[in-house]
Design a binder for this molecule. Structure first.
Ligand code: ATP
Length: 287
């Protein structure tokens, strides 16, 4: 970020975007074999908004999530989280940001989001304790959050390994949201779940939208994000090719790749669902 006094995540006004990604380039590999994973990505997320980020495998979705979480370095452009430019943050600054609970995350595999040695209760109270909430109040707030993710109190004493996949993911969602962060990045949170559990988690996410936390919901499947998201952003080969309200993107997709994605989504109505047109769109994308 250039110019103006340095701002921190705590003094950012509530009206400003909670996430502002501008002209983001990310490369992987050694200098002589650098390959671009993201090119010129711009994405803005307002407080309390849910944005679905979709794209097929290898399009750069996880790279974008990991860059926003400070796990991957940007080669160019900027990432501003809660008003704080985090693009050049080092590990120590990131630790401080995570400690303040400005941004949280949920990964596809809940075992990656949860410490296998912490009980459900400890997993839920830990982020609150890190923020300085007294232990008793933290335990109370963790307990009070359980109904919002449809978990029963009797699970509080269990370790992640003693839960079903769906229960684990609900704990991961609760852990990410219990502190009321400004922004939560969910990277394929339902992809590893069976159909019934997927629907349950999607319903929970839909209800949690009212909490005021902004969600970036990443998926290769437009059908999963469409029911939950206010807006949808479409990544194709490292570039954001389309962004719009979910209604507009689903009903009037402008980019051929978006039309292809919609045509491939079995649960969505779409004009180009016809195989011949899909093939024509595929050919267009290859040129
Ligand atoms: N650590 C890494 N080192 C080198 N290349 C990587 C690394 N991580 C990802 N890539 C490459 O960057 C590109 C984008 O990968 P990314 O994982 O962001 O895609 P994605 O859309 O999340 O895919 P998926 O849906 O399969 O998770 C791919 O070409 C991938 O091979």
């Amino acid at each position: 970020m250039t110019g103006g006094p340095a701002r921190t995540a705590d003094d950012a006004g509530p009206a400003g975007p909670v996430l502002e990604v501008s002209g983001l380039d990310v490369h992987y590999g050694p200098r002589h074999r650098r390959r671009p994973a993201l090119r010129g990505v711009c994405l803005s997320v307002a407080p309390g908004e849910t944005v679905g980020l979709i794209g097929e495998t290898g399009s750069g979705k996880s790279t974008l999530a990991r860059t926003v979480l400070g796990l991957v370095r940007a080669s160019a452009g900027s990432v501003v989280v809660g008003g704080e430019d985090v693009t050049r943050h080092g590990p120590r600054q990131w630790r401080a940001l995570r400690r303040r609970g400005v941004v949280q995350y949920v990964f596809q595999d809940p075992l990656r989001s949860l410490d296998p040695d912490l009980t459900v209760e400890d997993s839920l109270t830990e982020p609150l304790l890190l923020q300085g909430v007294p232990r008793e109040e933290a335990a109370e707030r963790a307990r009070a959050f359980l109904p919002r993710v449809r978990l029963h109190e009797e699970l509080l004493a269990r370790l992640p390994g003693e839960l079903s996949g769906g229960q684990r993911q609900r704990v991961a969602v609760a852990r990410a949201l219990v502190t009321g962060p400004r922004l939560v990045i969910l990277d394929e949170p339902v992809s590893a779940l069976d159909a019934a559990t997927r629907v349950q988690i999607l319903e929970i996410l839909k209800e949690l939208r009212a909490s005021g936390t902004a969600l970036v919901f990443i998926s290769h499947d437009l059908g999963s994000v469409a029911g939950v998201s206010d807006r949808v952003a479409v990544l194709h080969q490292g570039e954001l090719v389309e962004t719009g309200t979910t209604h507009d993107v689903v009903n009037h997709p402008r980019h051929p790749y978006t039309r292809l994605l919609i045509g491939s989504a079995p649960t969505l109505y779409s004009a180009p669902a016809d195989r011949a047109e899909r093939e024509a769109l595929r050919a267009l994308l290859r040129t």
